[in-house]
Design a binder for this molecule. Structure first.
Ligand SMILES: O=C(O)c1cc(=O)[nH]c(=O)n1[C@@H]1O[C@H](COP(=O)(O)O)[C@@H](O)[C@H]1O
Length: 240
């Protein structure tokens, strides 16, 4: 299959890197964003920071012209998801994650109606391999197969984008087409530690496999020079 990087709308190349602000406090997040400066344009706020003042900090980032991906991976009964997403849709975020369960995806799309918020469906977490799925009670199914099934359901529901490992991005692109976003965590520049991630690729590979956006946390957050780490990844994206 040809590589679909041309499905990415022209724009600021820096937006293709989403920097995951996985730090314990707003003070640390603010200092990190300051160090990264204009090298970074798009930040993700997940569990760790969201529940430590991150919602107000998201507004601060948006006020500075940055884009924010709120990674709450919502999953609850439909009514709760719909009303929760309706509240989030007023906050000015660019992306929000929900788990790729059909009820949850439908509810999230109903809740965001009329806003610019894009809903991303998390298919199978990048820290899971086939054995972890069995451990979680699934009948034996390769992670890639479950990702494909969930991508089909997400497409049929009309979801805005998919979160998957880049190792599945080409197959997912074949399912969801050119107009939906593919966002891939589990990205590791050459020489960085995998940590708990299992389905990983380098930034260049992620882009070549068709991801619209890469999510990178520890390789930037824990770098001695986070700005240099961001610049190196953006260069890799540009050259891929
Ligand atoms: O939804 C996500 O962002 C996400 C989905 C997934 O399958 N795997 C995954 O790692 N993530 C998030 O992406 C970030 C990856 O961080 P690092 O592993 O430090 O680069 C973390 O904040 C995760 O919560």
């Amino acid at each position: 299959m040809s590589l679909p990087t041309n499905s990415v709308p022209a724009g600021d190349i820096r937006d293709r890197l989403i920097i995951s602000l996985d730090v314990p406090s707003v003070e640390e997040a603010r200092a990190l964003v300051h160090r990264i400066g204009d090298a970074g344009t798009f930040y993700k706020i997940g569990y760790q920071l969201a529940y430590a003042g991150g919602f107000d900090f998201a507004r601060e980032l948006i006020g500075q012209g940055k884009k924010v991906f709120l990674d709450l991976k919502l999953h609850d009964i439909g009514n709760t998801v719909e009303e929760g997403v309706r509240s989030i849709a007023r906050m000015g975020m660019t992306f929000l994650t929900v788990h790729a369960y059909p009820q949850t995806m439908r509810a999230a799309m109903a809740g965001k109606a009329g806003s610019d918020l894009k809903i991303l469906a998390v298919t199978v977490l990048t820290s899971y391999d086939d054995n972890d799925l069995i451990d979680a009670g699934y009948a034996p199914v390769p992670a890639a197969e479950l990702v494909a099934r969930r991508a089909e359901q997400a497409r049929d529901i009309g979801i805005d984008g998919i979160v998957c490992a880049a190792t599945e991005a080409q197959a997912v692109r074949g399912i969801v087409g050119r107009n939906r976003l593919i966002v891939t965590p589990g990205i590791r520049p050459d020489g960085s530690e995998a940590g708990d991630q299992k389905r990983i690729v380098t930034p260049a590979e992620g882009i070549r496999l068709g991801a619209n956006h890469l999510v990178v946390g520890r390789p930037i957050v824990k770098a001695a020079d986070p700005r240099a780490a961001v610049e190196a990844i953006v260069r890799e994206i540009a050259d891929a």
